[in-house]
Design a protein around this ligand. Structure first.
Ligand code: F6R
Length: 357
């Protein structure tokens, strides 16, 4: 039920801090340490390469998951679109482990790959929000998102839940392998949950950005580098699917290789700048598009040099920034769609679960 909310999407955006806290609880042992079923951890440790397979928003969570698993568990990861993998299978490593990420657990493109890799005799783990779903039943193991039902077609809380569960999986595998780390994940996920509260209480700021940047535009670009690039892809997908504004996410460094030709006077460019190691270079990209007339909006994070930025996110661990940097983008998409009179929860041409290939 929507309760007092005008739309499920807004309710589900607001549920994200609570979902973080539920996930922390669900994956803690009696001593407060993060735990994952031993079979899954062993499967991670045995794998020489992990193949993440997913579609849409879940694919975008997989891109973040690759960074988390490679950094925290030191296992190489490839991320594939299910619809491509099925017809153009990459050369597989000797001991692959497959991870299917699917909110619904019913996506036909992902299921087709699962069926194929199971036939080939490989092990598969499904990360899903729906216990007993097809992908959960047909995989060897399941990790649940604990996000509660997601009703709005545009996925929000499932994305952040997927990232949190992938972080836990990566961190538990890393600990089992004794990979050195300074990350106290329970603490940092708690900090991220509080930061999410702050953002959910700051909705007017994002409503204003939508009103100022997007009312009459035909397009909008999201730029970022490293992990911010992946969140930009998700921000663009959200905006496209519910407001019908043509939106694209680009790696900051790629602009000069073609995309910058699209920048005209007034073109909205939303830049994420949450990462220390690329802070200077993404700001240089913002300057490049500003020089060509772009209407730029920098969303950065406390702790970096943030003077003049449009919105400064609370500080969280640099590996976990997608959990919070996506929230402004979800809200900007929501308000842009609302202002355009779109059906936020049920955008045209889309279904919540895509059960055809
Ligand atoms: C976007 C969206 C879709 C889904 C995609 C995969 O907001 O909801 O892109 O993420 O159809 O769905 P699942 O995760 O159920 O496999």
């Amino acid at each position: 039920e929507k309760g007092t909310y005008p739309h499920f999407m807004l309710k589900e955006i607001d549920e994200q801090p609570l979902v973080m806290r539920k996930i922390i609880q669900a994956y803690q042992d009696e001593n407060g340490r993060l735990q994952i079923n031993e079979e899954i951890t062993n499967a991670m440790l045995k794998a020489d390469r992990i193949y993440i397979v997913a579609c849409g928003t879940s694919y975008h969570a997989g891109l973040v998951g690759k960074q988390l698993i490679e950094k925290l568990a030191e296992i190489p990861v490839e991320v594939h679109l299910a619809s491509e993998f099925g017809y153009n299978m990459p050369l597989l490593s000797k001991r692959p482990l497959f991870i299917f990420i699917s909110q619904s657990g019913e996506t036909a493109d992902s299921r087709a790959v699962l069926v194929k890799v199971k036939e080939m005799g490989y092990r598969a783990l499904t990360i899903t929000n729906v216990p007993g779903s097809t992908l959960s039943r047909e995989a060897d193991d399941t990790l649940l998102l604990h996000a509660g039902p997601e009703i709005a077609v545009a996925s929000t809380k499932a994305y952040t839940a997927q990232i949190a569960v992938l972080a836990i999986l990566a961190s538990v595998a890393g600990a089992a392998k004794r990979v050195p780390t300074d990350l106290d994940l329970v603490k940092e996920l708690g900090i991220a949950a509080s930061a999410m509260d702050t953002l959910c209480d700051a909705k007017e700021a994002f409503e204003q950005i939508a009103a100022e940047y997007l009312p009459a535009t035909i397009n909008c670009f999201f730029i970022g580098r490293s992990i911010d690039y992946f969140v930009g892809l998700e921000g663009a997908l959200k905006l496209k699917e519910i407001s019908y504004i043509q939106a694209e996410g680009f790696a900051g460094g790629e602009l000069k290789h073609g995309t910058i030709a699209l920048i005209e006077k007034g073109t909205p460019v939303i830049a994420l700048a949450t990462q220390t190691n690329v802070n200077g270079s993404i700001r240089a990209n913002v300057k490049e598009v500003e020089t060509r007339g772009a209407h730029t909006c920098i969303i950065s994070m406390k702790g970096l040099d943030t003077a003049g930025d449009r919105y400064v996110l609370p500080h969280v661990h640099e590996l976990l920034t997608p959990l919070i940097s996506v929230i402004p983008l979800q809200l900007i998409a929501y308000y842009a769609a609302l202002h355009r009179g779109c059906d936020v929860d049920k955008p045209r041409n889309l279904a919540k679960s895509v059960t055809v290939e």
